[in-house]
Design a protein around this ligand. Structure first.
Ligand SMILES: [Zn+2]
Length: 233
């Protein structure tokens, strides 16, 4: 299978579905990790261009942990909107990755970049197969199935399906640890490191489904749907 995960910011995928992506990769599936924005507001001290470059390198290193293809879309952090140009870029991304499965942000997530990124994945999935919409890559043969990943801290997210990530948890930790530039702010605001934050959520989701560590997903529920077994690992 081919899997495409689209995160709004560098580190979102590692936090919200990194264990599942590591599990897909370990099972021999092809994984693409795409980051929509450049993370340029993610520093209290470095200027925009500098922190964006740092975060791009960190995200690339995280993808390399599991041998995933890495796509950096480079839209301005905090200002990702659904308009013609961005939708064409998302269509082109999907045509490049040619996924059977797309993992996207939930419509109930707190951040507008998350919601807009997830909404665009959903809105353009059929358009990837339409030849009269031209982009750099050729049209997809099939419409991919989309799963929504958990929200930050699991707030307002009702899990439908769980993935046991106990075996891939160390890979997830290593992926997230690549984002060294993000080490400070969470600790300052919430009194825990981002690795501790991630582990709390993975343990809690594991508690819900009877394993050590888990990640959870929702399937999308509008037309078109697919008559096949779950494509989650
Ligand atoms: Zn984010």
């Amino acid at each position: 299978m081919r899997v495409l995960a689209v995160g709004a910011h560098p580190d979102d995928l590692e936090l919200l579905c990194g264990g599942t992506l590591a599990k897909y990769a370990a099972q021999g599936h092809h994984v693409t990790m795409a980051v929509a924005t450049n993370g340029e507001v993610g520093s209290m001290t470095l200027p925009k261009e500098e922190i964006a470059a740092v975060r791009k390198a960190e995200a690339a290193a995280a993808a390399a942990v599991i041998g995933a293809d890495f796509v950096w879309m480079g839209y301005p952090d905090e200002f990702l909107f659904s308009r013609e140009e961005t939708r064409l870029a998302f269509i082109n991304l999907m045509r490049r990755a040619r996924p059977d499965v797309v993992i996207a942000h939930s419509p109930t997530d707190y951040h507008p970049d998350h919601r807009n990124s997830g909404q665009m994945c959903w809105d353009i999935r059929v358009m990837t197969t339409v030849p009269n919409i031209k982009t750099e890559y050729p049209v997809c043969a099939t419409i991919p199935e989309i799963f929504y990943m958990d929200t930050i801290a699991g707030i307002s997210f009702q899990p439908e399906q769980y993935v046991d990530i106990s075996e891939s948890f160390e890979a997830k930790r290593k992926m997230l640890a690549s984002h060294k530039s993000q080490g400070g702010w969470l600790e300052a605001q919430y009194g825990m490191t981002y690795l501790e934050f991630m582990e709390h959520v993975a343990r809690f989701r594991g508690l819900q489904c009877g394993v050590r560590y888990a990640e959870c997903f929702q399937s999308s529920t509008t037309f078109p749907r697919w008559c096949k077994p779950s494509l989650l690992p």
